[in-house]
Design a protein around this ligand. Structure first.
Ligand SMILES: [Fe+2]
Length: 263
């Protein structure tokens, strides 16, 4: 099982649409150059810049040509209602109309959670989703699980971001630590690659396909961006890894699109 993990494309509309749209297109094209191609793709939130229906329409157009299953996660820049209005019933929300859902991948399950809180940069899952997650994990104890949400469940060492983290991370940890089949917690929000131990598993953030954040570890810090190469993560879990989950970090800039998406 190969799951590609992209994040924070921040698609815009109007005069500023081209940059982030080209960046996401290039990252998706990079995946088509892999042998084999991934079984699925997850994009861990901040799909668009302002949760605007016109921006989701651009996302839908970009994904329409991608010959891979692509699953969407809501972030703090997203509007869950507008996201559902565009993608409900489509494969990008697993055919349903909820922003938390389960997907059966080869040899693993992907469990998508919605940590967006309207009007806030911080994240929260809430009791309803945590009860759902607990039930999903309890019902599939022997199947490896990958959780995907926007807000990382740990501090990331960047004070600016740690002031808008996942509020109920402790409650999530309580569920995860009782289910050792959770192989990864996949997140975004940071616009950089990070790795941390979390509740007996490994939490990782994927870099933004659009802009990489400056690594400002001062306090209070500020959000700046660097022209570093974009990248994607590739999580591998199969007989080649002996049942372990192994993560490959793939730079994108300059490496794609060797295999462009047909249009
Ligand atoms: Fe973001």
């Amino acid at each position: 099982m190969l799951l590609a993990h992209l994040s924070d494309p921040h698609l815009d509309a109007g005069a500023l649409a081209a940059g982030p749209a080209q960046a996401l297109h290039t990252a998706l094209g990079r995946l088509l150059g892999l042998v084999p191609t991934p079984d699925a793709v997850v994009i861990t939130g901040d799909l668009v810049e302002h949760g605007d229906p016109a921006q989701y329409a651009i996302l839908r157009e970009l994904l329409s040509d991608v010959p891979l299953p692509v699953y969407l996660v809501a972030g703090n820049h997203d509007d869950s209602h507008a996201l559902r209005a565009t993608f409900a019933g489509s494969p990008h929300l697993a055919g349903g109309d909820s922003t938390h859902y389960a997907v059966d991948l080869p040899d693993a399950r992907l469990l998508v959670l919605d940590s967006a809180v309207p009007g806030s940069g911080a994240g929260q899952l809430g009791a309803e989703q945590l009860v759902w997650l607990q039930a999903e994990l309890a019902a599939h104890l022997s199947t490896p699980a990958l959780l995907a949400l926007h807000h990382p469940p740990t501090r990331v060492g960047v004070p600016f971001l740690d002031t808008m983290g996942l509020r109920d991370a402790d409650a999530l940890a309580h569920v995860v630590q009782r289910h050792p089949q959770v192989m990864r917690v996949l997140a975004g929000h940071v616009h950089r690659t990070t790795t941390a131990a979390f509740a007996g598993t490994v939490a990782m953030t994927a870099p933004s396909t659009w802009r990489r954040s400056a690594l400002d570890m001062s306090s209070p810090g500020r959000m700046g961006y660097l022209d570093e190469p974009a990248g994607v993560l590739l999580h591998q879990l199969d007989e080649r890894t002996g049942g372990l989950c192994l993560t490959h970090a793939l730079p994108v800039q300059g490496g794609a699109p060797l295999f462009s998406i047909p249009r």
